[in-house]
Design a protein. Sequence first.
Length: 103
Amino acid sequence: MSDLSAAQKDKLVSDLRNVIHDAEELLKMTAGDVGEDAVALRDRLRMRLLHAKDSLHDLQISAIEKAKAAGHKADDYVHDHPWQSIGIAAGFGLLVGLLIGRR
């Protein structure tokens, strides 16, 4: 999800803010009597919620696909360069061991 463009992030944040604003408005309106304005607001809120859910679902699918691709690349690297992978893992383990030993 780090490759998510700034425009997509801004759009998602904007959508979520609109949903929150409308939800707050709806709660205030339904505290008293319910009229035509409340029905229109509920419809608008429902549509924005559906849009926000779709956007989040698309982002989730994208993130899953990118994570799978990164996993496949790491797996391919380890199979193509086993000794380098062992060296990197040993170095990382040594570094972690030194840091833990300092405590």
